[in-house]
Ligand binder design. Structure first.
Ligand code: GLN
Length: 606
């Protein structure tokens, strides 16, 4: 038995991968049609739908800390996976119900949708950290060197599921006839997602006792108990009342503090409250774990390594998840998407990511094994620094392509494909490696909770995605719409005067919302009353006065402020892409430079 296990991977890995594949099918499949459903069938409109969608995803990656805590302290991995899987399946059925009711009872359908999302958020929180940390527990101390390869296989399964789901659920759920969307089809997409989730849960129920066991046949992932714990480790986390109180206060205070920084007039509650809460919860939870009395010096060092890595990978996800927002807008508006005679729909361009993961997951796994044999395999944080540098490189290549595009040119789709290739390589150096690093560094009694911290880093990344994505400068389409409406899109610099000698106003609800405001203005027939402006940097955001409003109406001039990032104005998408090059490049280099120190703090773990 152990002879077989020594050579390949334990069978439990395949059982867990199959379970996770179906779960990701359900999650990504639902994701693909959710915002369309909310916008069109529940009549919320695009803007509200994307706000709901963003908040929903943020919360999905916030709850894993809860699921991790409950698992480590009370229920164990197995129970949490079954609970989470069932909850997600039920959540999808509720979405199915909502999508059945939308045209007969809209208020009820809307309420059912809220409950469904809530149930899915909790389901994901229970499922995701536990299935991931369980992969780690399949490997005893002596086989820890296989973890990177194991998690890469697991990651392959994640992406098979995600890619299939993103294809199948819209296939049944997003139907158009003569260019008109059939709103009654959404339910089939959600039903497909529900079925996938139940298949995953049933697979787990059936296979767990047979395969998810140690070489000696002892069940893995049961309720936490002292006998599971290697010699010398404490069996239970012991958070003192004082540190629980301090963490709670920290969470509240930081949320409020960050809210003051990130919020402001007209900023959505997601950005002004949820994002601050995600960052604050991460820091508070980090404090809580590290303040535990049972942690030894070695454990503390290792946990710090995890925190440091989590901080850096936030930049990665912030840049990577642009795939679903700004990169898709660019694919839509500023890209020539013809590929071998076929015009690729903009929303499909990001699927190259999933396809590339499937193509390269195993080669990467082999690469690590090969390097390991040669004795040249770098430690995990170095791989993750490569990941950050690869994503920077991807953005740099596309930046150099769009540099001279001007405001009307289009970039060839091939450059977006190359970008996704490099991003995927980066993802493979960073994401599965991160899961594996948690498994290697976490003391057993915190295994799932620290997996929750890892996903919290992802949630922070989503929040950063939202913040950075909003910095997209006006794209070609905006110039074109402006032209079609006979409007001059005057992009002005601070401090310039108009012909009458007044300061030029530039419209911006906040520094980050310029293009959105501009769009609103156009859509609403230049109704600027609700749009905020800033006269100079020192001015507080305030409403346009009637005179200013009249002037703009009369002159038909829309003045747009360029988004600003740390004092730099982003005037073109070249600047926008370069922002990610700089952010991820610096993050990668700093992480790389820190790696000798991290290596010491990892105390023998690689
Ligand atoms: N696609 C991966 C998954 O679903 C990673 C997503 C993430 O962690 N942000 O597990």
């Amino acid at each position: 038995m152990s002879e077989i296990q020594q050579k390949g991977h334990p069978k439990g890995l395949w059982a867990l991968s199959a379970t996770e594949m179906w779960e990701r099918f359900n999650f990504y499949g639902m994701r693909a049609i959710l915002s369309l459903f909310i916008a069109d069938a529940l009549l919320k409109g695009d803007t509200e739908a994307s706000i709901i969608y963003g908040g929903f995803l943020g919360l999905c990656y916030l709850t894993p800390m809860l699921g991790g805590y409950v698992s480590d302290k009370f229920l164990g991995n197995r129970n949490c996976i079954i609970l989470g899987g069932t909850a997600m399946g039920v959540g999808q059925l509720l979405l199915f119900l909502s999508a059945t009711l939308y045209n007969t009872n809209l208020p009820l359908a809307t309420n059912v949708m809220w409950v469904a999302l809530l149930v899915i958020i909790f389901g994901n929180g229970f499922f995701k950290p536990n299935i991931s940390s369980m992969v780690g527990s399949l490997y005893p101390e002596s086989q820890r060197n296989k973890l990177d390869s194991a998690f890469t296989i697991f990651y392959f399964a994640i992406n098979v599921g995600a890619t299939l789901g993103q294809f199948i659920c819209p296939f049944f759920g997003d139907k158009e006839y003569d260019g008109i969307r059939d709103l009654s089809a959404f339910k089939w997409g959600f039903l497909a997602a529900a079925i996938a989730m139940f298949i995953g849960t049933i697979i787990f129920l059936i296979l767990k006792n047979k395969y998810v066991v140690t070489p000696e046949g002892v069940a893995i992932g049961g309720k936490p108990k002292a006998s599971d714990i290697p010699d010398g480790e404490s069996d239970q986390a012991k958070f003192s009342t004082t540190s629980i109180i301090i963490s709670a206060v920290l969470a509240v205070a930081l949320t409020y503090g960050l809210h003051l920084v990130m919020g402001g007039p007209g900023v959505s509650p997601i950005k002004s409250w949820l994002y601050p809460f995600i960052f604050a919860a991460g820091i508070a939870l980090g404090y809580l774990i590290i303040s535990d009395k049972t942690i030894t010096k070695v454990e503390r060092d290792r946990i710090w390594v995890l925190y440091i890595v989590c901080f850096f990978v936030m930049f990665f996800w912030g840049a990577f998840e642009q795939a679903g927002s700004s990169l898709t807008f660019i694919a839509d508006k500023q890209t020539d998407t013809r590929l071998f005679g076929w015009t690729v729909p903009a929303s499909m361009v990001q699927n190259f990511n999933g396809i590339f993961v499937m193509a390269f997951a195993f080669p990467f796994s082999w690469l690590w094994i090969w390097m390991n044999k040669k004795g040249i395999e770098p430690i995990s944080p170095v791989k993750q620094a490569w990941g950050l540098l690869l994503i920077a490189l991807g953005y740099w290549i596309i930046a150099s392509q769009v540099k001279d595009l001007g405001t009307a040119g289009k970039v060839g789709i091939i450059w977006l494909i190359i970008l996704y290739l490099l991003h995927t390589w980066g993802e493979l150096c960073l994401s599965p490696i991160g899961l594996s690093l948690v498994a290697k560094l976490a003391p057993k009694r915190f295994a799932s909770l620290l997996m929750g911290v890892w996903f919290l880093g992802n949630a922070g990344g989503y929040a950063l995605t939202g913040v950075l994505g909003a910095l997209l400068p006006p794209t070609t389409d905006k110039y074109q719409t402006a032209k079609a409406n006979n409007v001059e899109l005057a992009q002005i610099l601070e401090g310039q005067k108009d012909p009458t000698g007044n300061d030029l106003f530039y419209l911006a609800k906040s520094k980050v919302a310029a293009s959105i405001d501009y769009e609103k203005g156009l859509k609403n027939g230049l109704d600027f009353e609700k749009i905020f402006y800033k006269k100079s940097k020192a001015d507080k955001d305030s409403l346009l006065t009637q005179t200013q409003y009249d002037l703009i109406q009369k002159e038909k001039i829309i003045k747009v402020a360029y988004p600003e990032f740390l004092g730099f104005q982003l005037k073109t998408i070249y600047n926008f892409f370069m922002m990610f090059v700089v952010l991820c490049g610096i993050a990668g280099l700093v992480l790389y430079a820190m790696s000798p120190l991290l290596k010491k703090m990892m105390h023998g773990v690689r």
